[in-house]
Design a protein around this ligand. Structure first.
Ligand SMILES: Nc1nc2c(c(=O)[nH]1)N[C@H]1C(S)=C(S)[C@@H](COP(=O)(O)OP(=O)(O)OC[C@H]3O[C@@H](n4cnc5c(N)ncnc54)[C@H](O)[C@@H]3O)O[C@H]1N2
Ligand code: MOO
Length: 470
């Protein structure tokens, strides 16, 4: 939105919300206790509060974060369908979401084996006080050993099959002598001494034996549909002998940034213009989350141009995401481009990222994120990322951790505030920058989002908060 249109917005009539297209989330309880101006709690020091000062807006209650997330989920649920899956070799499946349950085709381990380099024994041969046992042929990993006869001990290597008749392994360090016979020399030890026997201490049955199926038995569900495939999950599939896996195909996002004031990085910056941060910021966040992203270049503030861009590219898009042009002005390009479409523009009780658009454009799901860069990333993290995680198992969900604030903060009581911060190794989190959503430098110096839930107006140093690592 340009300065000129901002000026005009101050005198524009209150915006009437479009018919809700997503439905389903039902009437929202009032979240904002009569404040609908998109400003903050601090009585006008926040730039966005100053910008909205004196503006009277329609008395619609803000939608809760949970309700908006549910609306986003409803908008995208149809993308979780069998015809949107593909079967890939394990090496290509990193970071994808598993589309079907995987049942273990074999047991892990597939046979009982030794957890130590030592002597396979029958514990009945080792009474209290230990016993001297005759040493028989060693069992290397990969071999099928002969049955262990009563009164004998078989040198056995880690991972080698436990001989029939043995029920425990004594580590070589606990044997006397604590060495194995030289390979190919029968019972001779490394020093060349004739050692036909070894003394072993008393041992409980099962000691250092990795029993068949103790990790996962054949026939059991090894991974559930919707699991994020990281190194550990792919490693498990490999251990089970599975070479290919069925995953969800990436969602393709058509990402369009807007604004007459916005220019591509690398271009000369004329007066009154700013560089497009949102395109790179969101494309990066989306690609990191496993999405396929199509960029169109920056749309001007002319709605017919934006509509043309969206129409030209919509056939390849599973989802359209725009930035900017969604707040209260009369000349907001995204709102205007969506006028004939089943989309609504509303306020979520969240800061930043309050103004949001949601609906469809020519039947393609559409999300309109606000123009401020931090608002864009917070919108992605609060709505799109968790919904995609829940539907497809990819990206991996953010793991909420508890941390102690390094210093106090204030927050608009009627909104869920998302601050940016740095979580240190000592478990304290330091806020980076203020609450304003244009603070890219502070965002770039952060490693976490800090959540201050609705109903909280102030927190002190040492108070616990929920933090999401970025
Ligand atoms: N009267 C009101 N005014 C505003 C409200 C409100 O509730 N009532 N909400 C404020 C809040 S909060 C936000 S966030 C913004 C959202 O506005 P828009 O989505 O319409 O976005 P714009 O006005 O186009 O831009 C906002 C801001 O972000 C800058 N911008 C836009 N695109 C980019 C980009 N690609 N890269 C970097 N920066 C970008 C733009 O220049 C503006 O400074 O509305 C408030 N106003
Ligand atoms: O606070 Mo706005 O919600 O800056 O995104």
């Amino acid at each position: 939105m340009t300065a000129a249109t901002e000026g005009r917005n101050m005198h524009s009539p209150p915006h009437q919300h479009a018919e809700a297209s997503t439905g389903g989330s039902g009437p929202e309880p009032s979240q904002d206790h009569g404040r609908h101006d998109g400003g903050t709690h601090d009585g006008g020091t926040h730039p966005e509060a100053a910008r909205g000062a004196g503006t009277k807006t329609a008395g619609h209650a803000a939608r809760s974060v949970a309700a908006h997330r549910a609306a986003v989920q409803k908008l995208l649920t149809h993308l979780r369908s069998a015809d949107r899956t593909e079967t890939l070799p394990l090496g290509a499946a990193l970071g994808k979401g598993l589309a079907q349950d995987v049942t273990a085709p074999v047991s892990l381990p597939p046979f009982a084996n030794s957890q130590m380099d030592g002597f396979a024994v029958n514990t009945a041969d080792l009474p209290d006080g230990g016993a001297e046992l005759r040493v028989v042929d060693p069992v290397p990993a990969g071999a099928i050993p002969a049955r262990l006869e009563t009164g004998t001990a078989a040198p056995i290597m880690t991972g080698a099959m436990i001989p029939a008749g043995a029920d425990a392994v004594v580590p070589v360090e606990r044997a006397v002598p604590d060495t194995f016979p030289l390979p190919g020399t029968g019972n001779e030890d490394y020093a060349g001494n004739r050692e036909n026997t070894v003394w072993l201490p008393s041992t409980a049955a099962g000691t250092f034996v990795r029993s068949v199926g103790s990790d996962v038995p054949a026939g059991e569900r090894a991974l559930a549909a919707g699991t994020f495939l990281g190194p550990a999950q792919l490693g498990l599939l490999a251990a089970l002998g599975i070479a290919e896996v069925t995953v969800y195909r990436p969602v393709t996002v058509l990402l369009v940034t807007t604004g007459d004031e916005v220019v591509e990085p690398g271009q000369p910056l004329r007066e009154g213009k700013i560089y497009d941060a949102n395109g790179t910021l969101l494309e990066s966040a989306m690609r990191q989350a496993g999405l396929s992203v199509l960029r169109t270049g920056i749309s001007t503030d002319r709605p017919e141009e934006l509509r043309a861009v969206l129409r030209a590219n919509r056939p390849v898009a599973d989802l359209i995401v725009t930035t900017g042009g969604v707040s209260k002005g009369a000349y907001e390009v995204v709102r205007q481009a969506m006028e004939e479409q089943p989309a609504e523009f509303l306020h979520v009780a969240m800061q930043p990222g309050g103004p949001q658009g949601i609906g469809t454009f020519d039947a393609v799901p559409f999300l309109g994120f606000p123009g401020n860069p931090v608002s864009c990333l917070v919108s992605f993290e609060m709505f799109l990322r968790p919904v995609l995680s829940g539907l497809f198992g990819s990206p991996a969900p953010r793991i909420p951790v508890r941390a102690r604030l390094a210093h106090g903060l204030t927050s608009p009581e009627h909104k869920h505030q998302v601050r940016r911060g740095s979580l240190g190794a000592d478990g304290t989190v330091r806020l980076e920058g203020g609450e304003s959503s244009h603070l890219m430098h502070a965002l770039a110096g952060s490693n976490a989002l800090v959540h201050v839930p609705e109903g909280v107006a102030a927190l002190a140093a040492g108070d616990e908060v929920e933090v999401w690592m970025l």
